[in-house]
Design a protein. Structure first.
Length: 254
């Protein structure tokens, strides 16, 4: 691939690729478990944002459009192209949605869109209840991360680790803060939503509001857990992805 996309679990015989967008502050390594779990059902391609891990020292992305543009430019094409599904968690859900929109506008609609841990993009930003990152002190940002329970507690007690972790987190949160939903045609792709029943940032109603974004089949799965429920439910999430792709094949079969 290139700078933006990693394929750590190749599946050359899989008929579909799954493009995965991590959450704010996230990286390829955070989705190793999901990548391994779905490999075979699909070939997972995980996005690596700049400014972390093997891209440490690179400038952070300035906005959602910059990320989507760069990722689309790196997707395999020509003889190496395969049908594509898209998955995103939290901030990644917004990027997955904008990627699906862009693909559909170009006549290459994804075979399925899976979004997780995010209110519907058309809802007012204040519906998430989160203070703008630009207005947060470091202490407030750390407390916000603690509420989501997606970061190892030992990181919070290490000034050295925090000094590495907070800048990409701030940069990603800024992307979310500055994201502006644009009215547009509804997707035709099947849309599947996953959410935790105790997510402090996403209500079940807010997750179900994603339905307005597609003309295609829609489903919403409410799982036990908070904002970072994926790892605890990997077998179920894998089955949801496999089922969504099976349903797509049934709908397109002659």
């Amino acid at each position: 691939m290139g700078d933006w996309i990693r394929c750590n679990h190749p599946a050359p015989d899989a008929g579909v690729r799954l493009l995965v967008y991590p959450h704010a502050g996230g990286s390829v390594s955070a989705y190793h478990g999901l990548s391994a779990a779905v490999s075979g059902t699909v070939e997972p391609l995980v996005v690596q944002y700049p400014g972390r891990q093997d891209r440490f020292g690179e400038p952070f992305a300035a906005g959602a459009d910059e990320i989507v543009d760069a990722v689309l430019a790196e997707l395999p094409d020509g003889a190496d192209a395969r049908p594509l599904a898209v998955f995103g968690h939290s901030m990644g859900a917004l990027l997955a949605f904008e990627t699906a929109r862009r693909l559909e506008a170009s006549g290459k609609a994804p075979v399925a869109l899976f979004v997780s841990g995010r209110m519907a993009p058309s809802l007012p930003r204040t519906a998430s209840g989160k203070k703008r990152v630009a207005d947060m002190t470091d202490a407030e940002l750390v407390e916000d991360m603690r509420k989501l329970s997606g970061t190892a507690e030992e990181l919070f007690s290490s000034p050295e680790l925090l000094s590495l972790f907070l800048p990409p987190m701030r940069a990603d949160y800024r992307i979310v803060d500055e994201y502006a939903y644009r009215e547009g045609p509804r997707l035709t792709s099947p849309l599947t939503v996953l959410t935790g029943d105790h997510d402090p940032r996403v209500t079940v109603e807010g997750a179900r509001a994603w339905e307005r974004e597609t003309q295609g089949p829609f489903s919403c799965h409410v799982l036990a857990g908070g904002h970072f429920f994926l790892d605890a439910h990997l077998p179920y999430v894998t089955s949801v992805i496999a089922s969504g792709l099976r349903d797509r094949k049934a709908m397109t079969a002659p």
